[in-house]
Design a protein around this ligand. Sequence first.
Ligand code: DGL
Length: 284
Amino acid sequence: MTDTRPIGVFDSGVGGLTVLREILRRTPDESTIYFGDNARAPYGVRPDEEVRAFSTESIDVLVERDVKAVVVACNTSTAIALGDLRRRYDLPILGVIRPGATSAALATRNRRVGVIGTPATIRSHAYFEAIKDENPAVEVYEHATPTFVPMVEAGLLAGAEVEASVREALAPLLGLRDASGEFVFPLPASARVDTLLLGCTHYPLLRDAIGAVAGEGIAIVDSAAATASALAELLSINGLQAPSGSASHTQLTTGDVDQFRSIAERMFGEAFPDVAGVELAGAA
Ligand code: DGL
């Protein structure tokens, strides 16, 4: 059995492209429709009710286009809305938190994992619970980094300014290092994490800066590859795989089309398909 309908991939903005990239690698025969609600990003500083409403409106756009499954490539939406979304729609819906939590629980050797995410994701404790569920012996240190998503949405992905912001944001979790990497305010060994989970799909776009600040000895983990594997399994179990050679890709944004295209091209190269703007009926 095969199914040529596309996979729907949703995020508040460009962050879900980090998940899309892994989906294209893992399941190259699948067609995709990506929807970024950039006009209303960031979601992570909004109240839960708003995150739920915006997520539903966004997924409606994908369902109207007859997708066969949806990947909620947004941790904030997964943390706040996944249960509601699964009740509402009659098609398979995957989130990013469970796959990321499993990867982090497998990666840590000292059983101390730091999780960074948006304020809404951290407030939900969804990662804390999912990691504890995988391995109750793992200590989970959660920390919100609200400055990261606006930086990425503005296309600021690297450079001295970005690194300085990342250093400041991560200091409470990782201890404070100066620009040469020396600790000026080390944490006690009992609070040191050996694994840093990027609990927001925008954050892999800041990976170089995060890696430079974290330094060696800290594994940086995200949800993208594990989510793509979970999707491949879901398609296989449900007999939803596409036949080979027919993949096509569409990207939609509620925001600025040129800004979206410029970030997508930095990630995928110029060959990636064109980006179209959409308006949501309920959008402010
Ligand atoms: N990529 C979204 C996430 O994974 C960003 C949320 C936001 O818009 O604040 O949480």
